[in-house]
Design a protein around this ligand. Structure first.
Ligand code: CTP
Ligand code: MG
Length: 237
């Protein structure tokens, strides 16, 4: 399975002066945790990191430190996530017929989630990891901030990544998006707008996207929990 990691953002909402994926998180960088999960996935064999040229050297050093045995390629990012993914798709080897796309900022995704998505992609053309929404969501009029409606929560899912697709279908959807001027924040939205079905795969509650400083604090807490759980499991053995 081929994996593209959009990593070409600037992390504006993090308020940092550099790409948030290079910020430290429990002894590693944010992107290193993402890459470690990809490294442990049994299905992923090829990783394309989509990033800005000014971050290339830092990413290369991180990849070298992790000792990844999988093929790692660097592809130039664009000015939006959508453009970065499109560049990534064009940077895939010609033999790549299916692809998983996973945001570098979702650094807590587990190898099992990557593998579950890779396996489900054998039975459909498009999928996303998602979890049922826990909050009640309101649709609000932006002008006067009055609630317009309350969608039934039972039908609401929060989209995550990985998202997985047949490469030629997703490329076609991206090209249609460029022609039509669609601006989307995930790839499933392009598939949907082209009328193609997107399958939900059970995501993970801990698969948060590091967006603001509080997310780094929560991510560190979860990683500490995981490492102490692993430590006690080994101790029992
Ligand atoms: N991304 C990308 N290319 C861009 C913008 C974003 O590859 N031009 C990537 C980010 O690096 C991140 C993922 O898309 O891994 C999700 O984007 P987001 O969380 O919005 O990250 P940033 O755009 O960096 O953050 P912000 O929106 O706060 O600036
Ligand atoms: Mg962004």
């Amino acid at each position: 399975m081929y994996l593209l990691i959009p990593a070409a953002g600037s992390g504006r909402r993090m308020g940092s002066d550099r790409n948030k994926l290079l910020l430290p998180l429990l002894g590693q960088s944010v992107i290193a945790w993402t890459l470690l999960a990809a490294k442990q996935s049994t299905h992923i064999r090829w990783i394309g990191i989509v990033c800005q040229p000014h971050d290339w050297q830092d990413f290369k050093d991180i990849v070298a430190d992790l000792g990844l045995s999988k093929m790692v390629h660097f592809i130039q990012g664009g000015s939006t996530r959508q453009e970065s993914v499109y560049n990534g798709l064009k940077g895939l080897p010609a033999v790549a017929d299916q692809v998983l796309i996973h945001d570098g900022a979702r650094c807590l995704a587990t190898p099992e989630l990557f593998d579950r998505c890779a396996e489900t992609l054998q039975t459909c053309k498009g999928l996303i990891a998602a979890v049922p929404v826990k909050d009640t969501i309101k649709v609000v009029n932006p002008a006067n901030k009055i609630i317009e409606s309350t969608p039934d929560r039972a039908n609401l899912w929060a989209a995550q990544t990985p998202q997985g697709f047949v490469v030629e279908d997703l490329l076609r959807c991206h090209e249609e998006g460029i022609r039509q001027g669609w601006e989307v924040t995930d790839d499933a939205a392009l598939f949907e707008q082209c009328g193609l079905p997107v399958q939900i795969v059970e995501g993970e509650e801990t698969n948060l996207k590091v967006t603001t400083p509080v997310d780094l604090t929560i991510a560190e807490f979860i990683l500490r929990q995981r490492s102490s759980a692993n430590g006690s499991a080994k101790g029992e053995g």
